[in-house]
Each structure stands twice: as structure tokens, then as C-alpha cells.
Design a binder for this molecule. Structure first.
Ligand SMILES: Nc1ncnc2c1ncn2[C@@H]1O[C@H](COP(=O)(O)OP(=O)(O)O)[C@@H](O)[C@H]1O
Ligand SMILES: [Mg+2]
Length: 459
């Protein structure tokens, strides 16, 4: 292990030249302090506003090799773990890009400078045991620590194949340069980190805004359902009271009409009152939103039952029905009858919009802690401006008598009371309704599995 640089006579600590220090004879074309300072100033000006660490490194190295005629020069930065300095950029007239080198702290001159935080000048590398030979022939070396505040962030290496190339004057000039480069690099790094932080913050804010908009929308939808439910329940109850005598008397009258004309009229009245009562009952069902009778259920069974029932819609033989069911679908806790109603509503809507035929696909899958069912159709799609309305009670685009606009709001209410979600995605030619329910807890699914096998005397 090499002793620290200070113990070696040929390696001097590079400090700004002291006023009375003896001047070395000029053996090089390196400029003196004023010119070097001018170059430093030019460089710093050129770099202002550049926040890219690699590009700063590149510009510095190019300026030092081109303007000062240095043989080779490189910047090494401390890695994320703070254990090695790694080549950032390098240039040399003989080797166009210095090969990617890295040193552990304390290893080689660069590693020593990075660990100790002070500059080192080597006049003859052959006599310095700390120097590690690389691909470029180097005889004299100047290495400066780069600081961010009082923390070393890397090193600046200047080298030349001629022995004793660097003077104390150069040490002073480059010491100022290394301070400037250190600040610039630290600033660029900070800018980069700040930009990254900003980006992730913006993304987080955007995600949070979307999330809160969505939950606000859900809350709004629920509140709307609750208040509409109350209103509908009140109106339906009143209407029902008025319809009861109307129905009863029209039936009485229809039994003993005074003329054929009267029979026709009274029968029409009775049938209209029956229709009205059915509507009222539908409204009451909507308003009541019966609490679900929860048990462990498997969506695949519900889908299977509903699809079996589908052939009743023989009016659309041009519709192909496909099911893509996950055979390992985990069970959910739910009211199978209500979830069947949800499916039927979605399927009916899909059938209604595919007037010229198409494909209806029902898919089940497990997604994390939830189980999802998609009902997709190849119909015309839902215009974007209507997407926020379709779950509203009484919203329908169907002709009078064709739709009540209650199907989706009922689905919404039922799924929400199951602590699930119902969502829609639509574009022309493809509409997908997705129902998500939480998976049944492990214990309940095990209970459901074992229950049939366990009789009263079972273990
Ligand atoms: N699969 C679908 N494709 C296109 N539009 C749909 C689809 N499902 C529902 N809609 C739209 O949503 C509206 C509300 O649906 P719903 O609440 O079931 O009431 P209804 O079917 O009685 O109109 C429909 O009138 C229709 O405009
Ligand atoms: Mg409907």
C-alpha cells in the first residue's frame, strides 16, 4: 500500500504559489498565471447555463488540451457509492478519448487526491510508487480535487510525457480552475437532480390530481344516486298508491262491460295501468337497492350461467359471443345474483348497440388483490362527451320505450356496495366495461371449499 503523498519528496502538495517561492525555469509552452486565468474565465463564461455534467466535462477537457496544449487531461467523478473515482471525460492529442479508468479511493494518484482532498504534483512518475501506469505515456502529473462545498466530488488530472513539466505557477492557475470546475459540476449535478425531482414531483402531482378527480367523480356519482334514489322512492310510492285503485277498478270494469267499445277502452286502460305499475316497480327496485347477500362466489360460474341464458336474444344471431376465462380465477365475496344482473345489463347494452352484428367478449382475470371481468363489444363506441353521463340514472340515448337509462346506474350502485369498481373505456368499434371486485379473503375461500365436505359430524 502506497504511503500518503505528503511523505514523498518528489511529490509536492499543489498549493497556490507563495509570493516568495522560487520560480522554476520554463520548460514548456504552458501559459503563465494571467493567461491561464483568462482561459479559465472564458471557459467559465462559456459553461454558464450548461447544466449537463458530461458536456461540461467535455468542454473543460477540450479547452485545456486545445488552448493550453496539454498532453492529456481528464475529469474523474466519485461514483454513487462514494468508493471510486470514474473517468468522466478525457482527451489527448495521442489518445483521442482516454479509456474508461476508475480508481478506488486511495488507489493511484487520483484515488489518493480524492481521498485526501488536496492537490498532488508528481514531477517524475517513474520515481513515484503511488503512480499507476495507464495507456498514455505520462511523466509529470498534476492532480486536483474537485469540491462541492467541502465535499470532494472528483478530481481533475493534468499530465504530460515530459518530466517536470508543471511549475508552481501552473499549480496556482489550475487550482483556481479546479475550484471553478468543481463548482460548475456540482451545480450541474444539483440542477440535474432538481430537474429529476421536479419531473417526479410533477408526475406525482398529476397522478394525485387524477386520483382525486376520479374519487370526487365517484363520490359525486354516489351522492347523485342517493338523492335520486330518495326522490324516486318518494314519487314511485305515491304513484303506486294511485295506481292500485286504477288497476283494481279497471279490472272490475273489464269483467262486465256495457258494450264492446267499453270493453276495448277498459282493457286498454287496465293494460296501460299494468305497464305503469311495472315501471313504478322498476323504480322502486332501483331506489331500494337491496343490500347484497354476500357469499364466496366465482365470477366464472356467474358468467357461465348468464351466457347459457343468452340465446334468448335470438334477434341478433349475427353476434358472436366469446368468453376468455381464467381457469385459476380466485373467488370473490359477492352476491352472485346481483353480479349476474350487472353482467346481464352490460350484455344487453352491448347487444343493443351492435345492430349490424359484431363480437361480444367476456373476459375474467385476476389482477393483484382484485378480480376483473371485462364485457367488450365491437359496437360504435360511446362519444367522449357522454362518457361521464352514462352511469347517471335515467340517462339514455335510446328511443322512448327502448331504454330507461337505469341499467348502468343500477350496475354502478350494486358494484359500489360490493366495494368494487365499474369503469368504461370506449372508442369507435370497441367499448369495454370492466367490473372489479376485491378477492375473497383467504379464510373465507378456504371455508367455502371445505364447507360442502364437512357435515355436522365432520372434523
Ligand atoms: N356498450 C355500449 N356501447 C355504446 N353505448 C353504450 C353502451 N352501454 C351503454 N351505453 C350508453 O349508455 C346509456 C345508458 O345505458 P343504461 O344505463 O343501460 O340505460 P339504457 O340501456 O336503458 O339506455 C345507453 O343509452 C347508451 O347510450
Ligand atoms: Mg341498458
Amino acid at each position: 500500500m502506497a504511503p500518503p503523498p505528503s511523505s514523498r519528496p518528489r511529490r509536492s502538495s499543489a498549493k497556490p504559489s507563495r509570493p516568495g517561492a522560487p520560480k522554476r525555469p520554463r520548460r514548456t509552452i504552458l501559459p503563465g498565471l494571467p493567461e491561464s486565468l483568462a482561459i479559465v474565465q472564458r471557459l467559465a463564461r462559456g459553461l454558464s447555463g450548461c447544466f449537463d455534467v458530461a458536456s461540461i466535462g467535455d468542454q473543460v477537457v477540450r479547452a485545456l488540451t486545445d488552448e493550453l496544449g496539454l498532453h492529456s487531461c481528464s475529469i474523474m467523478l466519485l461514483d454513487a457509492g462514494g468508493e471510486r473515482v470514474v473517468n468522466l471525460s478525457g482527451a489527448s492529442p495521442t489518445v483521442p478519448k482516454t479509456t474508461q479508468r476508475s480508481f478506488r479511493l486511495g488507489e493511484g494518484v487520483a484515488g489518493i487526491v480524492a481521498r485526501e482532498g488536496r492537490a498532488v504534483r508528481v514531477d517524475d512518475t517513474r520515481l513515484d510508487p503511488g503512480f499507476l501506469k495507464g495507456p498514455i505515456p505520462i511523466r509529470s502529473l498534476l492532480c486536483f480535487p474537485l469540491f462541492s462545498g467541502d465535499r470532494v466530488i472528483g478530481v481533475l488530472n493534468l499530465s504530460h510525457p515530459v518530466q517536470g513539466f508543471f511549475t508552481a505557477e501552473h499549480e496556482a492557475a489550475f487550482s483556481i480552475l479546479s475550484t471553478t470546475i468543481g463548482h460548475l459540476l456540482a451545480f450541474a449535478r444539483l440542477q440535474g437532480e432538481l430537474a429529476d425531482l421536479n419531473r417526479s414531483l410533477e408526475a406525482k402531482v398529476e397522478a394525485k390530481t387524477k386520483e382525486s378527480e376520479a374519487s370526487q367523480q365517484k363520490l359525486f356519482q354516489q351522492e347523485k344516486l342517493v338523492s335520486l334514489g330518495t326522490l324516486v322512492a318518494g314519487v314511485a310510492h305515491e304513484l303506486n298508491n294511485k295506481l292500485v285503485p286504477l288497476l283494481a277498478y279497471s279490472h272490475v270494469l273489464a269483467e262486465s262491460p256495457r258494450s264492446d267499445e267499453e270493453r276495448r277502452l277498459v282493457t286498454a286502460m287496465a293494460s296501460a295501468a299494468t305497464g305503469a305499475k311495472q315501471i313504478v316497480e322498476g323504480l322502486l327496485r332501483f331506489a331500494r337497492q337491496e343490500p347484497p347477500r354476500m357469499s364466496v362466489m366465482n365470477w366464472n360460474d356467474v358468467i357461465g350461467d348468464v351466457v347459457e341464458w343468452l340465446p334468448y336474444r335470438k334477434d341478433k344471431p349475427s353476434i358472436t359471443v366469446r368468453t376468455v376465462l381464467d381457469p385459476d380465477l380466485p373467488p370473490v365475496l359477492g352476491d352472485a345474483q346481483q353480479m349476474g344482473q350487472v353482467l346481464i345489463n352490460l350484455i344487453n347494452n352491448a347487444y343493443d348497440v351492435m345492430s349490424d352484428g359484431g363480437t361480444l367478449e367476456i373476459t375474467s382475470r385476476s389482477r393483484g388483490a382484485r378480480v376483473e371481468v371485462d364485457v367488450s363489444d365491437t359496437g360504435p363506441g360511446i362519444p367522449p362527451e357522454l362518457l361521464s353521463k352514462i352511469f347517471d340514472p335515467f340517462f339514455t340515448t335510446k328511443e322512448v320505450g327502448q331504454g330507461t337509462g337505469l341499467g348502468l346506474s343500477l350496475c354502478y350502485g350494486m358494484v359500489r356496495t360490493h366495494r368494487g369498481e365499474i369503469e368504461v373505456q370506449s372508442r369507435p368499434g370497441c367499448t369495454v366495461f370492466t367490473v372489479q371486485l376485491p378477492r375473497a379473503p383467504e379464510t373465507s375461500s378456504r371455508g367455502a371449499d371445505t364447507h360442502p365436505r364437512e357435515g355436522p359430524g365432520g372434523r
